[in-house]
Design a protein around this ligand. Structure first.
Ligand SMILES: [Zn+2]
Length: 724
């Protein structure tokens, strides 16, 4: 599809930047930043002023300049800003929130030209006019050879869930409860269950007419919420397929991609209905937005986001479609720290080491409009380069120089992690958020990251084909009979299954089931769960506690678990303490006189079961918990390269390689000796171009805190044009 590594920036979102400066800025992008691609937002309300009129004049001018400068163009079609004539004609197409309030079109932080949040695509006339707009976008793009492709949906989610008005509560932010979406949901339920009796049985209701099936807006029952979000997963995927097919029909020769904004479970936004497994299915490529300093992520969280984005793209290429170029806004005045040159270095090389096939910054120049001013821009407002922009430019040169090493590189995941969005949906129905699932997953990924391996993320429907030696199943409250069959087969066949408590406590309809774990998994794991008790990070009751006393029983104060295998270690239990009643399993961890960790052999495989939320202990960077999981992983998996405090990743191209060594410490620089495959005898630091000695297949590397060092390795005969 592309014979270049796409490296560029978002450039145009009307009215930014000022039209009189296009030549200056685009030349700056090409000559001083060395980028090869710019992204232009094609806004619906800017280009479709009347029902039968389309106007691409402004875009035409920019595309012509790009053509003359030799810059590639990616067209980002944005339909979340409807023309006002449509709202006048179809007022019943407005999005409706859970409080029953229809959303009039208006301006918004990411929609400076108004028209936000657009109109509901479940309304047939909105779909019809949207089709006409997308078709004309495709016809416009097809006329211009410098257009390489389309991003058909920016950060897909249920609109306008991210409409964070200052006064908004959760009810203001849940969508869409309009008559068209409601009817579509009812049809979806009818299609799934066939009869009302089946709905009644699954939801525990006494409906007598189909009209009784309502969209959930009150908390307390789980079955309807689970189906509501499953409906939205299907509905958004169908919308993705519509956008794709319409553009592809108008311009069959260009790629059509899309990219995620929220990346669950690292960014849990359950109410936004984001299923990053199903949304990439209809498109040619997938991507993610990526603003680590905004989220205060360490490199390990960044790596997890990239691993799950690659996993969701499956065999399609993935891009880092929006890498932060400046500081993001928490509010109009409050912003996150500016990216430093070392952040830009780390994010880029981590993207490459994770298998990304394109990198675009958000954005080239900060905008004059809305809450994004002044932020996000890679360069200063006059176009002069910042230190981070200079770093981005120099990385661009290195990417070009070493593209032959990483072009065909795909990381080989050695561990699998089950994250099924159904579990997030259940936690949302329980809690009105999924902080629990998110923290748990972030904790588990930290352990995987420290083992110097990549992970492949799976949903329930992927469980039939797990080839990795270790399968980690965090925060999995829902287990179906089919899931249990697959997991049993995986362990029988020699896999190592690691799970934590409440494993299958609920059915797919959100109903409690027994035993835990269910459907024969008790035999696989050699145990059943006893009654669990909550344990609290705060260690004290939050209701009626005028003296601020701690809980009198140790079980509620995150008690210590003493582990004897695979290493002697201790960690503090989090969220739940769930005694394990062992049958064939052996206790490997005790807490307050109960077994809280057990190991079982089953078939040719084995299971590790933790009677607590070990992932939340890992989230709190509990060293004991980290050493236990590190020991299990190292027994089963041999990473290609391994560090102690540094995290090396090898991009191996046979006779040459790039060794990226990351340091995710906030404050410490480390020097380590790292063993590399014995084929490599020569090395240079690609940034300083200084030789690094390779003695007995070991290189010594010093990496500053929150930085990366990249070595180019080669065998003696192979040479990259550098003096030996
Ligand atoms: Zn609707």
């Amino acid at each position: 599809m592309n014979d270049i590594f796409v490296y560029g920036a978002q450039y145009f979102r009307p009215p930014n930047p000022c039209c009189s400066r296009h030549w200056f800025h685009l030349r700056n992008i090409r000559d001083n930043l060395g980028f090869n691609t710019v992204k232009l937002w094609v806004m619906w309300n800017a280009c479709h002023p009347f029902p039968e009129t389309f106007n691409f004049e402004e875009l035409e001018e920019i595309v012509e300049i790009c053509k003359e400068l030799g810059l590639n163009v990616l067209l980002q079609t944005v339909l979340e800003n409807a023309p006002y004539w449509m709202e006048r004609e179809f007022p019943d197409a407005r999005y409706v929130n859970a409080r029953g309030q229809a959303q009039e079109l208006s301006g918004n932080g990411n929609t400076p030209t108004g028209g936000h949040p657009g109109l509901c695509f479940d309304h047939p006339s909105v779909r019809e006019h949207g089709t006409a707009f997308l078709r004309s976008c495709g016809e416009f793009g097809r006329r211009h050879p410098c257009v390489i492709g389309y991003d058909c949906w920016n950060e897909p989610h249920i609109e306008p869930v991210w409409n964070d008005n200052f006064w908004a509560n959760l009810g203001d932010k849940l969508f869409c409860y309009c008559p068209f979406s409601t009817e579509k949901f009812r049809d979806w339920v009818r299609n799934k269950y066939g009869t009302l009796e089946n709905v009644n049985q699954s939801w525990a209701r006494y409906f007598t007419e189909w009209e009784d099936v309502r969209t959930p807006f009150r908390c307390g029952t789980y079955s309807d919420w689970l189906d509501w979000y499953r409906f939205w997963f299907d509905n958004l995927k169908e919308q993705q397929a519509w956008r794709y097919a319409t553009l592809k029909k108008a311009d069959p020769d260009r790629f059509v991609m899309s990219h995620a904004g929220g990346v669950p479970p690292f960014l849990p936004r359950v109410e936004a209905g984001i299923n990053n497994y199903s949304l990439p299915e209809p498109v040619d490529m997938w991507g993610c937005s990526f603003a680590p300093r905004f989220q205060n992520w360490r490199t390990s969280e960044c790596a997890g986001v990239l691993d799950i984005t690659r996993s969701c793209a499956k065999d399609k290429p993935f891009w880092v479609a929006e890498m932060a170029g400046g500081s993001g806004h928490y509010s109009g005045l409050s912003r996150c720290p500016l990216p430093r040159p070392k952040d830009i270095r780390t994010w880029n090389w981590l993207s490459i080491a994770s298998g990304a096939k394109g990198i675009m910054y958000w954005c080239y120049l900060s905008e004059i409009t809305t809450g994004e001013a002044p932020g996000f821009g890679l360069v200063k407002f006059d176009g002069s380069l910042t230190p981070r922009a200079r770093e981005a430019a120099s990385i661009g040169k290195l990417l070009k120089r070493y593209a032959h090493v990483f072009n065909d590189y795909q990381p080989q995941p050695q561990a699998a992690i089950l994250f099924d969005p159904d579990n997030s949906n259940l936690t949302f129905a329980q809690e009105d958020n999924d902080v629990f699932g998110s923290e748990t997953h972030i904790g588990w990924y930290w352990a995987v990251w420290n083992a110097d391996i990549h992970a492949r993320y799976l949903r329930f429907s992927d469980l039939a084909h797990v080839t990795e030696k270790v399968l980690i199943v965090p925060a999995c409250q829902i287990v179906t009979e089919q899931v249990a069959v697959h997991l049993r087969r995986y362990v029988e066949g020699g896999g190592t299954l690691i799970v934590e408590n409440h494993f299958g406590l609920f059915s797919e309809h959100g109903m409690q089931q027994t035993p835990v774990p269910p459907f024969g998994l008790a035999e696989v794991c050699g145990l059943e769960e006893d009654e669990s008790e909550s344990t609290f990070d705060s260690e004290k009751p939050f209701l009626f506690n005028p003296l601020e006393e701690p809980y009198s029983q140790a079980v509620h104060r995150c008690p210590t678990v003493l582990m004897t295998e695979p290493v002697d270690a201790e960690f503090r239990a989090r969220t739940f303490v769930t005694p394990l009643l062992l049958t064939t399993a052996r206790s490997i961890g005790e807490c307050l006189g109960n077994s809280l960790a057990a190991h079982n052999r089953f078939g040719r495989g084995e299971t590790y079961y933790f009677g607590t939320c070990l992932g939340r202990s890992l989230f709190h960077r509990d060293e004991g918990a980290g050493s236990i999981i590190g020991a299990i992983l190292s027994q089963k998996i041999k990473p290609t390269v391994k560090g102690k405090n540094l995290r090396p990743r090898l991009i191996d191209a046979g006779k040459e390689a790039l060794l990226c060594v990351f340091n995710d410490s906030r404050s410490e620089a480390y020097t380590e000796s790292i063993a590399v495959p014995d084929i490599f005898h020569q090395a240079i630091d690609i940034r300083t171009e200084k030789r690094v000695s390779v003695r007995e297949s070991v290189v010594k590397v010093t990496v500053d805190c929150e930085d990366v060092v990249v070595l180019y390795l080669w065998e003696k005969k192979c040479f990259n044009g550098l003096n030996q």
